[in-house]
Design a protein around this ligand. Structure first.
Ligand code: F6P
Length: 358
C-alpha cells in the first residue's frame, strides 16, 4: 500500500520559524513512517489552484535557519469568501475539499495565525482532516504560551532600540519606535523592557499625552535630556481610537499604521526636544529565527506530524509551560491573548522605571 499523503501549507503573514516547522514535519513524518508530505504553495490559494510540490529530506535541507516560507503564503485568500477581481465574493470551499481529495491528500497541516486557523476550523466542519500549528510574531493566540517568530521579532526590535538610544543620547532627542502587534502589546512591551525604553504605549493601557510629556520632561529635569518611547501600532489615546491606514486590509483585519506619527504630532507642541519617529515595520517579520524559535518550531512540527500520522485531526499543537500539547482547533480561533495591565510583566516594567502613559 502506498504511504498516506498529507498536505502542508503556510497561511497569513510570514514569521521566522515557518520553514523550520515545514522541515520538522517532513523529517518527523519520514521517521515515524507515517506519511509523505506535499507542500501546498501560497496558502489556501494553492489549494484552490492545485499548486502542489512533494517535499522530502533533501528539499527541506537547511531550512531550520531560513526566514520566510519556502511554500509562499497569502493572507488574502479565504475559500469561504473568495474575492474575485471585480470585488464580488463567492464560496469556493467545496473546491478545496475536491482538490485535496483528487490530490490524494488524507489531511492537511495548516500553519497559520488566527485568520488561517479560523478558515481551518470551517474546513474541518465541512469534513476536511486538519491539524493546526499556531504562528504569529504578535504572540496573541490564547491557546499557546508562545508562538514561534515572536522572540525573533523581539530581538530585532530590541536591537533597533539599542541603536536608537545612541542617537537619542548624542542629540538629546526623543526617539519614537513604532512596533507591530495589531491589538496586542506583546512585542512593544517585551522589546521595550529588553531595550530599557522610558515609555511604552500599548493598546491594553490607553495613554494620556500629558503623562508621556511628564515622563520626558521629568527625565530632562533629572539630567537625562533624551527619551526612548516605544509605541505599539495599536496604541490608543484615552477616549481615542487605534490609528489605521485602512479599515479593511482584505484579510478580515484593519491595517494599522500611523500610531508613531500621531504621537509625534501630539508631542511636538508640548516639548522642546527634537522628535524623530522610526517605524520598524516588516523588519520585525523577516530574518533568521533565533534559537528559541527554531526549537519551538521544530517541536511543534514533530507534534503536528505525530497527530497527523495517528489520525488525531481537528487539533492544534501548542506550548503550555515547558511542554508541547494539543488542544481542539476551535480554541485557536477563540479570544485573542492580550497583555494583562496588572500582570507581572507590566509590574516589573513599572518597577524598573518605565511608564505607560496612564
Ligand atoms: O500579524 C502579524 C503582523 O505583522 C501584524 O503585527 C501587522 O499589523 C500585520 O501583520 C501586517 O500585515 P501585512 O504584512 O499584511 O501588512
Amino acid at each position: 500500500m502506498p504511504p498516506k499523503r498529507i498536505g502542508i501549507l503556510t497561511g497569513g503573514g510570514d514569521a521566522p520559524g515557518l520553514n523550520a516547522v515545514i522541515r520538522s514535519v517532513v523529517r518527523s513524518a519520514e521517521r515515524l513512517g507515517g506519511f509523505e508530505t506535499w507542500g501546498i504553495l501560497d496558502g489556501f490559494e494553492g489549494l484552490l489552484e492545485r499548486r502542489f510540490r512533494p517535499l522530502d529530506r533533501i528539499s527541506t535541507r537547511g531550512l531550520v535557519r531560513r526566514g520566510g516560507t519556502v511554500l509562499g503564503t497569502s493572507n488574502r485568500c479565504n475559500p469561504f469568501r473568495f474575492r474575485d477581481p471585480d470585488g464580488s465574493e463567492r464560496d469556493r470551499s467545496r473546491e478545496v475539499l475536491d482538490n485535496a481529495r483528487e490530490a490524494g491528500l488524507e489531511g492537511l497541516i495548516v500553519i497559520g495565525g488566527d485568520g488561517s486557523l479560523r478558515i481551518a476550523v470551517e474546513l474541518v466542519e465541512l469534513g476536511l482532516a486538519i491539524v493546526g500549528v499556531p504562528k504569529t510574531i504578535d504572540n496573541d493566540l490564547a491557546a499557546t504560551d508562545y508562538t514561534f517568530g515572536f522572540w525573533t521579532a523581539i530581538g530585532t526590535a530590541t536591537d533597533a532600540l539599542d541603536r536608537l538610544r545612541d542617537t537619542a543620547e548624542s542629540h538629546h532627542r526623543v526617539m519614537l519606535l513604532e512596533l507591530m502587534g495589531r491589538d496586542a502589546g506583546w512585542i512593544a512591551l517585551c522589546a521595550g523592557i529588553a531595550g530599557a525604553a522610558d515609555v511604552i504605549l500599548i493598546p491594553e493601557i490607553p495613554y494620556r499625552i500629558e503623562a508621556v510629556e511628564a515622563t520626558i520632561e521629568g527625565r530632562a529635569a533629572g539630567g537625562q535630556p533624551y527619551s526612548l518611547v516605544v509605541v505599539a501600532e495599536g496604541a490608543v489615546p484615552v477616549d481615542g481610537k487605534p490609528s489605521y491606514v485602512s479599515e479593511d486590509a482584505g484579510d478580515g483585519h484593519p491595517r494599522h499604521g500611523g500610531a508613531g506619527e500621531r504621537l509625534a504630532r501630539e508631542l511636538m507642541p508640548r516639548i522642546e526636544h527634537e522628535i524623530r519617529t522610526t517605524v520598524l515595520g516588516h523588519l520585525q517579520r523577516g530574518g533568521s529565527p533565533v534559537p528559541f524559535d527554531r526549537i519551538l518550531a521544530t517541536r511543534m512540527g514533530t507534534a503536528a506530524a505525530e497527530l497527523a500520522s495517528t489520525g488525531r485531526w481537528g487539533r492544534m499543537v501548542c506550548l503550555r509551560g515547558e511542554s508541547i500539547c494539543d488542544v481542539p482547533l476551535v480554541e485557536a480561533a477563540a479570544q485573542p491573548k492580550l497583555v494583562d495591565p496588572r500582570g507581572d510583566l507590566v509590574a516589573s516594567a513599572r518597577a524598573t522605571g518605565i511608564t505607560f502613559g496612564d
